[in-house]
Design a protein around this ligand. Structure first.
Ligand SMILES: O=C(O)CCC(=O)C(=O)O
Length: 252
């Protein structure tokens, strides 16, 4: 099997995997063109950054990516065969913006999940390099406890609640960049410490975060710091229906 024991063990130890190609050059161009069209149609801010949530509900190209077996196969190897799509979000930092970044955080901080199991697939719409502010991760950091996040207003931070963690110098020194070509994905554990620095290049850096949880998790909506998810079954079956039954979008 392509995503066998070595793959799972590497993820268990490091908390992330990267460089999985899910779209060839032509397919990656097609996704980029769809994002370009959405950006233009909605006049998403071109100075600094743009971010938009849950577009799998109204954009076929996002839904198609979220349900693509090339993505769901490695996700299944990591969280099991019954998979709910928990959310999607574009993170786009424009060239020469210099300031906007994503602070150090753990995705699970926002979601109040029991058990706390979730993975994020990060699909590179554009090439994502150190110069244009690719994601950075602290390998192995997901194996410690979830940390308490501060929330301080900081308009350079793209995260909605301004949540952030203070890292030690030693932790910062152990960060590794997740460099991806357009059409590739990384996958990270919901407890992994990650961030992204400002885009210091003149090239856009857009990525789509796609979140998945196993069907058996429960969300304590009253404790969640972001709106409760309308999770949708994308593989396997959901016997417990902890998120109710949310139907797949229909595209004409
Ligand atoms: O795209 C980025 O810069 C950060 C993404 C992120 O924080 C996430 O996917 O949880």
């Amino acid at each position: 099997m392509k995503y066998g024991d070595d793959f799972v063990e590497s993820f268990r130890v490091q908390g992330f995997v990267s460089g999985i190609r899910v779209r060839d050059r032509q397919g990656a161009d097609a996704v980029r063109e769809c994002w370009d069209a959405l950006e233009a149609a909605e006049d998403l801010p071109a100075n600094g950054y743009s971010t938009t949530h849950s577009r799998h509900l109204d954009q076929r190209f996002v839904w198609d990516l979220a349900c693509d077996p090339k993505i769901l196969d490695p996700v299944e190897a990591l969280i099991g065969e019954n998979i709910l799509l928990f959310g999607t979000r574009f993170f786009c930092k424009y060239g020469d913006s210099g300031r906007h970044r994503v602070s150090w955080h753990q995705d699970l901080d926002s979601w109040a999940l029991t058990p706390p199991v979730a993975v994020t697939v990060w699909y590179a719409v554009d090439d994502s390099t150190e110069q244009n502010g690719c994601m950075q991760v602290i390998p192995g950091s997901h194996r410690a406890e979830l940390r308490r996040h501060d929330t301080t207003a900081d308009n350079g931070n793209i995260l909605g609640r301004g949540q952030h963690l203070h890292l030690t110098e030693e932790e910062k020194a152990s960060a590794v960049p997740v460099v991806l070509n357009a059409g590739e994905i990384s996958i990270h554990d919901g407890a992994l410490l990650h961030a992204s620095m400002p885009n210091l290049s003149n090239r856009r850096r857009c990525g789509l975060a796609i979140r998945y949880v196993p069907a058996h998790v429960r969300q304590h909506a009253d404790l969640a710091k972001s709106p409760p998810s309308k999770a949708i079954l994308v593989r396997g079956c959901d016997r417990v229906k902890n998120f109710g039954v949310n139907h797949a979008p229909v595209f004409s």
